[in-house]
Design a protein around this ligand. Sequence first.
Ligand code: BF8
Ligand code: SF4
Length: 654
Amino acid sequence: MSEAKKKAVDRNRTIDPAVLEVLSGQLPVDTAYDRYLAQQPQCKFGDTGICCRICIQGPCRITAKAPKGVCGATAYTIVARNLIRSVLGGASAHSDHSKHILLTLKALLEGHAPDYSIKSPEKLRAIATRFEIPVEGRTDLEILADVVKLGLEDYTRMTGGKVRWVEKTVTPGRVKKFTECNIMPTSVFQTIASAMSQTHMGMDADPVNLIFKALEASLADYTGMHIGTDLSDVLFGIPTPIYTEANFGVIDPAKVNIAVHGHNPLLSEMIVQAAREMDSEAKAAGATGIQLMGICCTGNEVLMRQGVPPVTNFLSQELPIMTGAIDAMVVDVQCIMPGIQAVSECFNTRIITTAQNAKIPGSYYVDYSEERALDQAKEVIRIAIDGYKERAGVECVIPSVKNKVVAGFSLEALYDLFGALNPDAPIKVVTDALKSGELRGVVLFAGCNNLKVTHDENHTVIAKELAKNNVLLLSTGCAAGSYAKLGLLSPEAVDQYAGDSLKAFIRKLEEANAGKLEGKLPLVFHMGSCVDNTRATNFATAIANDLGVDVPKIPFAASAPEAMSEKAIAIGSWNVAMGLPVHVGVVPPVTGSELVNGIALQIAHDVYGGFFIWETDPYKAAEKILEALDYRSWKLKIHAQTAEKFETKASAAW
Ligand code: BF8
Ligand code: SF4
């Protein structure tokens, strides 16, 4: 194949037909698909984690000729330090996002967040009860004050005490393990600062010590994420099943098209509310209405609670702009490619940044604050309406691809479905199915897109393989975005891809809930944004508790088929600490140290029961995940039989 031809093929590294259609338009616009090629070949030192730039004597690169950095740091120290810094990047991002939600609730208590209210007193009371905060005879605001106080303590405690959000949401076995291994965080900020200090030049050189600290940092990440999900549910409501559509076909050229992108629902929830109020303004400008659509995890947040259709996921975020029909793209924080600005300048799209810590030169800027949230949402919509007025009459090229989506599966929503079959113990619907073999296991798909693999291919191939093998599938983040776009969150996908017993399991749930649901159930259950991965962990914890064992013994795994961000590394790490097999479809930069790589793949299992699987081939990945699930089911059965025979408790070992 000629170089030019090869480049054209490589550029189309996606299986999303809408994305392919836009790319094949050959518009002279530079996107991530082109820039990835321009970056080749990428640096092997960075790729394997053996480049150190921690002090400015560096960069030091480990080679056979120079096996130590200037300071004497060896490959294992350098790789471990780089790894922990990635986990810290992820933990900082998640906890900063959730701190914003926490402080908004504090502002609400103090009367400074007039547009926000407690949408779910039910969730507030459930959280309070979890932490033994009294609820009887108290007002919502009184309870909220105690929950916020606890959240602030879990963020800022300097010494003495451990994060309550971990202590009260995991199995007793995990609390014991985290305490014995000394990885239970004191608080989110204390752990992040002490871990960062540990990686400074001339500090910790011991890779095992560094990796244990990385796991503590990952539990700080878990804490921030869990607080974020809990408090977002209090503010905006617990997601329940919701029916909509996804992919480029949701763009309507006759409407004012606004894409919300980023992660934090604080502004995007207001934009949804404002859009409903401002339909007439859009009509006065000549449009038929306002079409909101989501990208990345802000998209997931407003999909889960408001049914806003996802237009695309991370990797293709620049491409909706190339249809010519997006009037504004409103971004908040994280996973926003700076490249969207340059693309928008070729079209009529207004990029609106809204966060003081995430600006893009050349973009519009609305300085979001919780004190003026609804007004600012209206300001954003007016900028979009102005954009529409300029665009009106210009030809748009919009791929017509769209698929049905059923989303909104918080754990509470899943319990509600299971409760129709077993009201006294909803979780038994799943544990019984696991014991009988009706379900071969449960797998959570999470994480991003990454051009090192073909966009969306790993996500979909692995999910279809596991569905065929009767695995119950959950998803979050851009994995869920991929399934939404490509039809795997649709009821039709159950008929197309589920094995017989998975199909029977889903149908049984549908029948038991008939009348309550607006339609049928999907193949993959969308649990929310990346921050919401703790919903899936709560699910695993409930399964383990019901089976009377710890998490490392249950047939439950996680997979990040196209991991990209530091947040994904943090999430993967705490999932390993929780005791789960975690598949990653892109090899992370740790292979430069056999020791660190070995800890991730094997030693982690000996200590925590969880471990990583690096596998870039989606078919092999599915096999390896199934193997991990089957091994656990087999052991669980043997241990249960032995316990019954000798009338003892089930073994705690894995
Ligand atoms: O937090 S899955 S690309 S959007 S990091 Fe980013 Fe990855 Fe998407 Fe959501 Ni999560
Ligand atoms: Fe080199 Fe050591 Fe400085 Fe890293 S910390 S850049 S290995 S001298």
